[in-house]
Ligand binder design. Structure first.
Ligand code: GYE
Length: 334
């Protein structure tokens, strides 16, 4: 009741077309909800809860929706594409005003995005990209440049190759813990990292396997790498902090000292990762910023208002050494 009243009130101050679409969910007996304080209903399909990054990202989106007065319908797909497709279809049926999602993998979205387009519901991609040639299927894409992140990781290794040869044989053998197979950050970080080390004949990726962006996954894959290549691994490139933290457990359990016997490079810079970096167990972290909520709400409002938005909005981010981690750790929000 209350939310319908607010929706009616906001209709007075909004232009005709938007007022209709903003209140579309509220008038629907199929359970679309009445809208937030500003009448807007957004359906958001999250990848899952696989990492510290993801938790920070979900919190940011939920808090920003509340702050913007947007009624957020939030669902967790548990890293399964079929669950995301189901959630998006439900949002279409509920006639939400906008749909946002972070696609678990890059491919296979065209049919459901076509359905959203036919229903005139704008889709905003956040965090991860979809692989499609038809960019009319989404309004904008907000998130990091993952190729760049992979490059930054590789560049650090190239610049620090003198100390990275921990086995002292003149070669730097890197093992890679990849993120979820088919996910944009896994594909792109791998590409950027390879681009960066390509010209270095002394650096080689000797093993690469997915740890699904989870701590457990990283630990298990690192255990198997250590079982088959013990004594030959100089560096671990973990495509996120959680897998890197799992790898640390495996390295220590094998009686080796991370940061000394094996150098560790990760991506994200969540608090646990930054702590391990400050402690000297991780050597370098490339930041990936999960606090996308405020920008996502802002872009959504603009799209619904019919304003022009850039097709791609890239998040700004930095990198951290142990010294830098020590100085920012106390103020780290996530
Ligand atoms: O790096 C990882 C998470 O898509 C950028 O997904 C995100 C990645 C992030 O599970 O920790």
């Amino acid at each position: 009741m209350a939310s319908k009243k607010i929706c009616a009130a906001s209709a007075l101050i909004l232009s005709g077309a938007l007022a209709l679409s903003a209140c579309g969910g509220g008038g629907d007996s199929s359970g679309g909800g009445g809208g937030g304080e500003d009448g807007t209903v957004m359906g958001f399909s999250q990848v899952g809860a696989e990492s510290g990054w993801r938790t920070a990202n979900s919190n940011s989106i939920q808090e920003a929706a509340t702050a913007a007065g947007i009624d957020l319908k939030f669902s967790d797909a548990q890293q399964k594409q079929e669950n995301q497709i189901k959630a998006i279809r439900t949002y279409i049926q509920q006639k939400v005003d906008a749909i946002a999602f972070s696609p678990v993998v890059e491919t296979g979205w065209e049919p459901v995005l076509q359905e959203a387009k036919r229903a005139n519901i704008p889709v905003i991609l956040t965090d991860r990209a979809v692989d499609t040639t038809d960019d009319s299927l989404y309004a904008t894409f907000l998130g990091s440049d993952f190729v760049e992140e992979g490059k930054k990781a590789g560049d650090w290794l190239v610049q620090n190759s003198a100390t990275a040869d921990t086995t002292g044989d003149g070669k730097i053998n890197v093992v890679e813990l990849q993120g979820t197979t088919g996910a944009a950050p896994a594909i792109d970080r791998a590409e950027g990292f390879r681009d960066s080390i390509a010209s270095q004949s002394n650096i080689a990726i000797t093993a690469s396997q997915t740890g699904d962006f989870t701590r457990d996954g990283g630990k298990q894959v690192m255990e198997s790498f250590l079982n088959s290549n013990r004594g030959q691994i100089d560096v671990v490139f973990a495509q996120n902090d959680d897998m890197g933290l799992g790898a640390l457990q495996a390295i220590e359990a094998a009686g080796l000292v991370p940061g000394k016997d094996i150098k560790v490079i990760t991506v994200d810079a969540v608090k646990d990762g930054m702590q391990a970096l400050a402690d000297g167990k991780i050597d370098f972290i490339v930041e990936c910023n999960p606090l996308l909520g405020p920008q996502l709400m802002d872009l959504t409002e603009k799209v619904l208002n019919g304003e022009d938005v850039p097709k791609r909005v890239v998040t700004e981010e930095t990198t951290f050494t142990p010294e830098q981690a020590k100085s920012v750790l106390a103020d780290r929000q996530y």
